[in-house]
Ligand binder design. Sequence first.
Ligand SMILES: Cc1cc2nc3c(=O)[nH]c(=O)nc-3n(C[C@H](O)[C@H](O)[C@H](O)COP(=O)(O)OP(=O)(O)OC[C@H]3O[C@@H](n4cnc5c(N)ncnc54)[C@H](O)[C@@H]3O)c2cc1C
Length: 424
Amino acid sequence: MTKYVIIGGSAGGIGAVEAIREVDPMGELIVISYEQVPQYSRPMISEYVSKEATLDTMKYRSDQFWKNKNVKLLTGRAATKIDFDKKQVELDGKQRIDYDKLLIATGGKPFVPKMEGADKTGIFTFTELSSAEGIEAKLETSKNAVVIGGGLIGVSASEALIKRKINVTLVELKDNILNLILDKTASELAEKVLTDDGVTIITGQSVQRILGRKDNQAAVGGVVMTDGTQIPCDLVVVAIGVIPRTELVKETPVKVNRGIVVDRLMRTSIPDVYACGDVAEAHDFLINQTRLLPLWPVAHLGGRVAGYNMAGKKTEYEGGTVMSSLKYFDLPVVTVGTVNPEDLDAYEILIELKPEKTVYKKILLKDNVIVGFIFLGAIENAGIFFRLLKNHVDVSEIKDRLLSEDFGIITMPEQLRQKMFVVN
Ligand SMILES: Cc1cc2nc3c(=O)[nH]c(=O)nc-3n(C[C@H](O)[C@H](O)[C@H](O)COP(=O)(O)OP(=O)(O)OC[C@H]3O[C@@H](n4cnc5c(N)ncnc54)[C@H](O)[C@@H]3O)c2cc1C
């Protein structure tokens, strides 16, 4: 009987459990998780804080899931070391468990920069249920928050806090928010939507220091910006970014670049050891290289592929690419692939901009193939564009119609429709 051990029971771990059980209903399956309830949807943390979701409604799988899949779930436990020679995982620095096949699905951890005052109470990250619970407890006595970081997590934190009637100042070091997934035009439209909803946005600056309260220096009372401005607040959310949680393989023979490098079967450089999700660098079908892609569906799919291979059913990972679909502050946005290239001359760019309606569409083509797009405010047909991009379909014969109002699956030539749905 094969003994499977999975470290991390979130998107990636769950995908692997499901795949392993499809192939091997009998093998011993252990999932190790720091978090008491590992199976909640991390993207719904914002809704938990805004009170639009409860822990129950944000569960990605039910509590019975683990039992139904015959999993021994070890919650509140930490994998502290891996002995690849003996094929053992150390738990909480003491006990050891054996594995035949191991999956590392430890995800990412929030990056918190060293900053004077960072030890005060009232400072939170936004990547775990426990941080959301901490924020919830603090909200009763809070009026003003500073959110550091204008990426996806910072914007989602801002939305949740605004919905709880907290005054929010969002601080972004670069010139525009959401700059990793949008271009300048799209960012500016998004900034207007956030500002109209009450968020104060400060760009081109960072928080230099966190101040204490006059009556309690140990608690957050404000922040000092790089230009010296002081902003009073009772709550700080640090949302600068997430880095792969690779500590377990540090100084081991496992090949790590920015994340653990895996092949198309989700195997690491060590036999019988797999990795997936935010901790792993896996195949990107657009650039045909491995890269970090911290996205929920990518983690789940990578976990599934790892699970099949661990259980002996050879399965190749088709890969993911940079892709975001969001609706913060009621603004729908879909952005996929290359959207903000430096070598603009290498691309053909189609644009539709209706600022009065907060609508912006940008499509980037290289050699008549779509390599990226931003749809903001109007996201119909995003699925079609994704399929055209994914399958590298030559769109030269419909290029002049891609942004026309009647463009859709029905108006597309039959042979292009077929190419869209070929499974590579
Ligand atoms: C606020 C927020 C919003 C997001 N929104 C989106 C979105 O809209 N769309 C999208 O696609 N993605 C979104 N993401 C990203 C998405 O949540 C991640 O890509 C996904 O959760 C990655 O899954 P994973 O299984 O790799 O790791 P994680 O979900 O990070 O889970 C890893 C688990 O492993 C546990 N663990 C780690 N180390 C150990 C150890 N040594 N021992 C025991 N347990 C351990 C952790 O505690 C955790 O429970 C969002 C993330 C956040 C934080």
